[in-house]
Write a protein that binds this ligand. Structure first.
Ligand code: C2E
Ligand code: MG
Ligand code: MG
Ligand code: MG
Length: 278
């Protein structure tokens, strides 16, 4: 009997695994198609200087608009893209489109807007990364001084020596680097010692639904203080309430990003925020 049950369990798991593998192949095929047929879009979320309420930056965030499945969040396809290597193609597209869009805004007189683009691990260690960024900047005519690349600490763990070299090259091009999702990866402080980043993005787990008078508040304050001491910018992610914004302002956090201001928006809606006149 036990043997039989064991066998059934095995079959159950293998069937489930089979279904998962099939679902994966299905999504992978669709994603390949999406990359080729421009079903990918960039949304834009503003970042504000907390002190003077000015919009100082914008983060480009990818969306996949599938005609059957609807709008798909990057959390649901970036990991797969990363595993399959499709991320390289997707990432190239993101860089080119973001720079192209950034140039359009610069042509319309928006000159001091920092354009933030997320890089995945594979992309960061792509041997052609620096060349690709150079061509994205040159082909679009976008001012590289306004480009900021967001990388997670976990990504850099891969090969810290190379990461230091890559960052040095990017810096020489005038590009800024942000450490994304700060506080959720590994050995964060070692990374701050090794990598001379321009910006630290405090992950939203510390800020959304935060207990500001308790532990969360203490952690956020310490991270902001550390940024001041290192002379880098602190960006708070996931700012959803006036309470969190007030807290961040009192603690002299530089920038804030979150639903309190705006969710990520498609280009035309984002341009309404920029108040562009045509
Ligand atoms: P991230 O870079 O940390 O981006 C911030 C995420 O937080 C975005 O999710 C944004 O919509 C969300 N968010 C912003 N403010 C709030 C808020 O106040 N409340 C809540 N609940 N959420 C907020 P999104 O767009 O779903 O992106 C998820 C992640 O996918 C990103 O996290 C980033 O790691 C990755 N990603 C997005 N676009 C790209 C891309 O073009 N390339 C790569 N490699 N990764 C990307
Ligand atoms: Mg980011
Ligand atoms: Mg983040
Ligand atoms: Mg994140």
């Amino acid at each position: 009997k036990a043997k039989e049950r064991g066998k059934n369990t095995y079959q159950y798991y293998s069937r489930e695994m089979n279904q998962k593998a099939k679902a994966r192949t299905f999504v992978e095929t669709k994603l390949r198609y999406a990359v080729k047929n421009s079903e990918l879009q960039l949304y834009y979320q503003p970042q504000y200087n907390i002190e003077n309420s000015q919009m100082t930056g914008v983060e480009a965030l990818i969306r996949w608009d599938d005609k059957d499945m609807g709008l798909i969040s990057p959390k649901d396809f970036i990991p797969l893209a990363e595993e399959t290597g499709l991320i390289i193609e997707i990432g190239d597209w993101v860089l080119q489109s973001a720079c192209h869009q950034g140039r359009i805004w610069q042509d319309q007189g928006i000159n001091n807007l920092n354009l933030c683009v997320n890089l995945s691990v594979r992309q960061f260690f792509d041997p052609h990364l620096v060349d690709k960024i150079k061509s994205a900047v040159e082909n679009s005519g976008f001012d590289p001084a306004c480009l900021e690349l967001e990388i997670t600490e976990t990504a850099m763990l891969h090969n810290t020596d190379r990461a230091v070299l890559i960052m040095k090259e990017l810096k020489e091009m005038g590009i800024k680097i942000a450490l994304d999702d700060f506080g959720t990866g590994y050995s964060s402080l070692v990374h701050l010692k090794l990598f001379h980043v321009d910006t630290l993005k405090i992950d939203q787990v510390f800020i959304r639904n935060a207990d500001l008078k308790g532990r969360d508040g203490a952690i956020i304050s310490s991270m902001i203080d550390m940024c001041h001491k290192l002379q880098i910018k602190a960006v708070a992610e996931g700012v959803e309430t006036i309470e969190s914004l007030t807290f961040l302002k009192e603690r002299r956090c530089h920038l804030a990003q979150g639903f309190f201001f705006s969710p990520p928006l498609p280009v035309d809606k984002f341009e309404d925020l920029l108040c562009l006149k045509n």
